[in-house]
Design a protein around this ligand. Structure first.
Ligand SMILES: Cc1ncc(COP(=O)(O)O)c(C=O)c1O
Length: 430
């Protein structure tokens, strides 16, 4: 397809980045299951290695199937480029890698996926990086947490597990004033429900493992670059603005302009960290994205109906779905995610921790798994699983208190899901 700014989301989710295979005419994007690519001649090889010409060298860096996926996700998010990675967690490290250095810190929301809280509070310390956790509903606290060593702000658009909506407009204004990038994990919302770049985000990361692939077949991640950040406005980001010794003094921002972050992600990040997405996984994710809008509409419709039903159930103490009229995030939802609050939320059970365990064991259609964003409905008791490594205070701050169960509503018949929840709640409170 020719690029056209007027194409709608439903068209772009099928066509963006793809064109009939130049060798065979294959209409579907082939899985280029190859490690290396033959150079035209020695001069061509040297130009590719010098970054003077763009092309395929070795699949740790670039692969044609993965490239189509990169272009598709970048287009859907409204970015200029993207780098696919082997997982969502890999994407988070890849997003921070060019920005951070020993002694630098990132200011992050307390409301994050539990694995991200562990990655930021424990693992990144081994690189000499640190994270300051703040309640992102408290903008003064975010401002106060930023210091001369802060190199990024990180949050989720719709936060896992609670489904809380983050005020991206307010937070990007703080990032702009501090001259640092805002990184938004858009996994739970997807670009169909939320486009963080339109709200000021510099970089968008995804676990493609979730809604983008959509059926629990792939582990993958992506970093999308808005192309809007001026990496040379200060001396805070030397990896992007200063001479790069690994490329004979090339300056990424000066040379590649708005694509500096994307080129750095491929030429340094994938080359040296090696967190590469394989072409089979890229193929499955491309297939999933073709139906993204249709699935998200159904996830939202089902979740709205089911959250409303759960709110009135006598065994349920609270429901966090932002699409409910009773949600404190209702107005923010209309501004940040106008097409709906997604399919992810939590319920607190009056019966407490023990009742939650009985509930997840009694469900029949819902699968008890450590995943979300699948066509099938999923459930997990976060405090005893994904958020197990956290203290109880961190669990409560993350929206995963011991009496809370996370629910990822699938695209099955809502009536069947309600019947399943009803029988499990009866057993849990018996
Ligand atoms: C919101 C969010 N971000 C990131 C991740 C990490 O993704 P992955 O499991 O693909 O590494 C997850 C995983 O559950 C997640 O829910």
């Amino acid at each position: 397809m020719t690029d056209g700014p007027s194409y709608g989301f439903d068209t772009l989710q099928i066509h963006a980045g793809a064109r009939p295979d130049p060798a065979t005419g294959a209409r579907q994007t082939p899985i280029y299951q190859t490690t290396a690519y033959v150079f035209r001649d020695a001069e061509h090889a040297a130009a590719l290695f010098n970054l003077q010409e763009v092309g395929f060298i070795y699949s740790r860096l670039t692969n044609p199937t993965v490239s189509v996926l990169q272009e598709r996700v970048a287009t859907l998010e409204g970015g200029v480029g993207a780098v696919c990675c082997s997982s969502g967690h890999a994407a988070q490290i890849m997003a921070l890698f060019p920005l951070m250095a020993p002694g630098r810190n990132v200011v992050v929301s307390t409301r994050l996926y539990g694995g991200s809280i562990t990655q930021f509070s424990q693992t990144i310390k081994r690189f000499g990086w640190s994270a300051t956790f703040v309640d992102f509903d408290d903008t003064d606290a975010i401002k106060a947490a930023i210091n001369d060593d802060t190199r990024a702000i990180f949050c989720e658009s719709i936060a896992n597990p609670g489904g809380y909506i983050t005020d991206l407009d307010a937070i990007s204004a703080i990032a702009d004033a501090a001259g640092i990038p805002l990184i938004v994990d858009n996994t739970s919302a997807t670009p169909y429900l939320c486009r963080p770049i339109e709200h000021g985000a510099t970089l968008v990361v995804h676990s493609m493992t979730k809604y983008l692939t959509g059926n629990g077949t792939v582990t993958g991640g992506v970093v999308v670059d808005s192309g809007k950040f001026d990496w040379s406005a200060s001396d805070k980001f030397p990896s992007l603005s200063a001479a790069e010794p690994a490329y004979h003094g090339l300056k990424f921002h000066e040379t590649f302009g708005p694509l500096a972050f994307t080129f750095h992600g491929i030429a340094i990040g994938l080359r040296d960290l090696g967190m590469t997405l394989n072409p089979q996984a890229a193929h499955y994710t491309l297939m999933g994205i073709e139906t993204l809008s249709l699935r998200m509409e159904r996830h939202v419709r089902n979740a709205t109906e089911i959250a409303g039903w759960l709110e009135t159930h006598p065994a349920v103490e609270a429901v966090t779905y932002a699409g409910l009229d009773s949600s404190p995030y209702k107005d923010r939802l209309a501004r940040i995610c106008p097409k709906g609050a997604g399919g992810l939320f939590t319920i607190a059970l009056k019966g407490g921790y023990e009742s939650c365990l009985k509930f997840v064991d009694a469900l029949e259609i819902f699968s008890h798994v450590a995943n979300l964003g699948d066509t099938r409905s999923l459930v997990i008791h976060s405090a005893s699983t994904t958020h197990r490594q956290l203290t109880e205070a961190q669990q409560v701050a993350a929206g995963a208190a011991p009496n809370v169960v996370r629910i990822s509503i699938g695209i099955e018949d809502a009536a069947d899901l309600i019947a399943d929840l009803d029988q499990a709640l009866k057993k849990a409170s018996a």
